[in-house]
Design a protein around this ligand. Structure first.
Ligand SMILES: Cc1cc2nc3c(=O)[nH]c(=O)nc-3n(C[C@H](O)[C@H](O)[C@H](O)COP(=O)(O)OP(=O)(O)OC[C@H]3O[C@@H](n4cnc5c(N)ncnc54)[C@H](O)[C@@H]3O)c2cc1C
Length: 418
């Protein structure tokens, strides 16, 4: 092997790419890790408010969106949150559970980046930062990648350049471009875990900018009970970010402002405290500014004693099923992740390798697997990176489509240039 030949070239030194490179390196593979950014793991550094919500102990495939809901099972099952926690603990990084199984560093996200860089170093990974990969050729079982004017070759190429969410951090759709050239299909990429925008009909709610409340939000049969935040543009906060990944344009979402409200709660309030106003009754459950906006919309106020039971029941049912018609999202500029991406149909769920292009792998956010908010996306990055890192070097064998069947693949496709 010369200085320019490797067992694998990993494009993208983010969460998935570093995990993959370190895993393959630890198996004695010679790995080149390339990133156009001047530092690795930039998204990790800003994640979780600077503390990196690095995994979720409730990780399961049903907390991921994908065209094939079974695809993520194999990788998630083989590199689990406990495996990542064990790594974090080996490095003495203190962590805590914040809520809903979400694990954060006590200190800083920098510790996770330093840990992964150290793991790469331990595996002898060559890291090249500040250089995009410009040309990619493929032929005779070798991938040839030009980085900083020099050609590097390897029989394995790993696409780990993420999705286009937060372009100002260096995010691109590069992985899709390369994947397309190799004949892989792309599931339409769209912003996910992203604030929703409201139109003029819901302007009253935009004036609540900064108000947050625990609610239950629903779209079709999907429901999340978490905090929602009103913003000057629309709706944000964990509940809204979660539902945004499912939401489809020109469809409404429903909000239950009284997730703890028992049936007939308002009528019971009337019996127990007839002299209080509807506004006061609601203010016991909701922030004052939100209560004012809702009461204004309900056009129903005054003492409960003066309001008919029927009107109170109608009001409660409206509060439990308030519909908003988002006009859109705040887009990739504000999206924590990208939904869609490289179709899993052509990837092995065990190795992340493209069935028809031996040696070509895709991992992390670049792939059509998108997690809920709360550490699920990093867990997918670690798990898919680990799966590919374990497989590199055995690319003539692939399980296809997650069906457990093993096929021996023939020679690679004809030369391809990107
Ligand atoms: C603000 C924010 C907070 C988040 N917080 C959390 C959290 O707390 N928990 C969680 O689970 N998830 C969180 N996420 C999501 C998480 O960051 C991603 O799911 C994860 O980083 C995806 O890992 P990846 O390695 O696939 O991609 P990335 O981490 O995006 O890495 C891709 C790498 O490829 C590089 N690259 C891109 N294009 C090229 C190119 N053409 N040539 C060379 N290199 C290229 C990029 O510079 C980058 O380093 C957050 C996201 C954001 C934006």
């Amino acid at each position: 092997m010369t200085g320019d030949t490797f067992d694998a070239i990993v494009l993208g030194a983010g969460a998935a790419g570093m995990m993959c490179a370190a895993t393959a390196g630890a198996r004695g593979k010679r790995v080149l890790l390339v990133d156009h950014a001047d530092a690795p793991g930039k998204k990790i550094l800003i994640s979780g408010g600077g503390r990196c919500n690095f995994t979720n102990i409730h990780t399961a495939a049903d907390r991921y969106l994908s065209t094939n809901p079974h695809f993520a099972k194999s990788a998630l099952g083989r590199h689990t949150p406990q495996d990542f926690i064990a790594l974090v603990e080996r490095y003495g990084i203190a962590w805590h559970e914040k809520t809903l199984g979400q694990l954060f560093c006590d200190g800083s996200a920098r510790q996770i980046v330093d840990m992964l860089v150290e793991e790469c170093r331990n595996g002898g990974v060559t890291i090249l930062l500040g250089h995009p990969a410009s040309v990619i050729d493929h032929g005779d079982g070798q991938f040839r990648v030009t980085v900083n004017g020099r050609e590097r070759t390897a029989p394995a190429l790993v696409l780990a350049t993420g999705g286009p969410s937060i372009p100002k951090l260096g995010a691109t759709g590069f992985a899709y471009e390369v994947a397309r050239r190799f004949g892989l299909t792309i599931v339409h990429p769209r912003p996910a875990l992203v604030p929703l925008t409201l139109g003029p009909d819901d302007a009253l709610f935009r004036s609540l900018s900064g108000v947050s409340a625990e609610i239950e939000v629903g779209w079709n049969k999907t429901r999340f009970r978490e905090a929602a935040l009103f913003t000057h543009r629309g709706l944000s906060g964990p509940a809204m970010l979660q539902i945004s990944s499912y939401w489809q344009h020109r469809t409404p979402i429903s909000v239950n402002f009284l997730p703890d409200g028992e049936p007939d709660w308002l009528v019971k309030q009337k019996q127990e405290q007839p002299r209080i106003s509807l506004r006061r009754a609601l203010a016991a459950m909701l922030p004052a500014r939100l209560t004012d906006a809702l009461v204004e919309r309900l056009a129903l106020d005054g003492e409960l004693a003066n309001l008919p039971d029927k009107a109170l029941r109608t009001a409660q049912s409206r509060l439990a099923n308030w519909t908003f018609a988002p006009t859109g999202t705040e887009g990739f500029a504000k999206a924590e992740v990208t939904a869609g991406g490289i179709s899993v149909a052509a990837l092995s769920s065990r190795t992340m390798m493209a069935a028809r292009v031996p040696g070509l792998y895709a991992i992390g956010e670049a792939v059509d697997v998108t997690g809920w908010l709360g550490g699920y996306n990093f867990q997918w990055a670690w798990a898919s990176g680990w799966a590919a890192g374990q497989a590199i070097g055995g690319q003539r064998l692939a399980t296809v489509g997650g069906d457990g069947g093993i096929r021996t693949l023939g020679r690679s496709n004809p030369p391809t240039a990107v």
